[in-house]
Design a protein around this ligand. Structure first.
Ligand code: BTN
Length: 251
């Protein structure tokens, strides 16, 4: 599925440490051993403990998806760390569109959808320097359902793959290169206009949503995505910012 030399040849930054593993628990955990480096990328053909936000498992069967973690050193204050997820969502959505020709949408905050179903999830984890209020490093974990038509029964109705939507077997090396090259522009591009693109793709805006914070569940209306990545919602006439939790929409 992966050809290391092919990926390396096409990376803009030739100093990136790249490892491709047959199997690991979670690439987000494995990559932490490279946190002293400026850049590192870990790709696994299979994860035995792939995880998503809110402690959910991420289905990671062998050679069916891209399970990728990227170590970055973003020049961001801790309070802005959600921006890493929103920035990544736009970069990955663009990369998928470029290699597959499919139209993608984003569900706040970290999911990429095609044809109304989830095709990719993002799990960004940051190590904070509490004293300075800055980030030491961040690990951006990206899981993309690339091939395959069968999903376990619990996600069958909500998940899809690029192959299923396009009828094509996309080259994983191409997609991985696109994603890595765009994410290593984070320090130049995060001050730019990616948020406009994020909002254009975010299909929950101006719709009634169900918010699940893990502690409570309620109905609200999604109004906007703010500069800091938070979702502005309205509930019973009151407007407030949501910075974590899961949202869903009724179809
Ligand atoms: C989500 O759906 O909430 C996020 C899923 C993130 C999955 C990726 S796969 C590579 C990296 N390693 C993990 O254990 N998770 C992320």
């Amino acid at each position: 599925m992966y050809i290391k030399s092919e990926i390396e040849k096409n990376l803009i930054d030739k100093n990136i440490r790249l490892e491709i593993l047959e199997e690991t628990t979670s690439t987000n955990d494995y990559i932490k051993k490279f946190s002293n480096l400026d850049s590192a990328v870990v790709i696994a053909k299979k994860q035995t403990l792939g995880r998503g936000r809110l402690n959910r498992a991420f289905y990671s069967p062998e050679n069916k998806g891209i399970y990728l973690s990227i170590l970055v050193k973003p020049q961001l204050e801790t309070k802005d760390s959600v921006k890493i997820t929103t920035f990544t969502a736009v970069a990955v959505a663009n990369a998928i569109e470029k290699v597959s020709g499919l139209k993608t949408q984003i569900k706040w905050v970290n999911d990429i959808f095609i044809g109304g179903k989830k095709v990719c999830g993002i799990l960004a984890e940051a190590s904070q320097n509490f004293k300075e209020g800055k980030l030491n490093y961040a690990v951006i974990g990206i899981g993309i359902n690339l091939y395959g038509k069968d999903f376990p029964s619990d996600i069958k109705n909500i998940a899809t793959s690029i192959e299923l939507e396009s009828g094509k077997k996309i080259d994983a090396n191409l997609l991985v290169v696109e994603i890595i090259n765009s994410l290593y522009k984070i320090n130049d591009d995060i001050s730019g206009d990616y948020l406009t693109k994020y909002k254009e793709k975010c299909f929950i805006l101006n719709r009634e949503i169900i918010v699940d914070t893990g502690k409570e569940k309620y109905k609200a209306t999604a109004l906007n995505v703010l500069d800091n990545g938070a979702l502005l919602v309205e509930k019973e006439g009151k407007t407030f910012e949501l910075d974590f939790g899961d949202v869903s929409v009724r179809i």
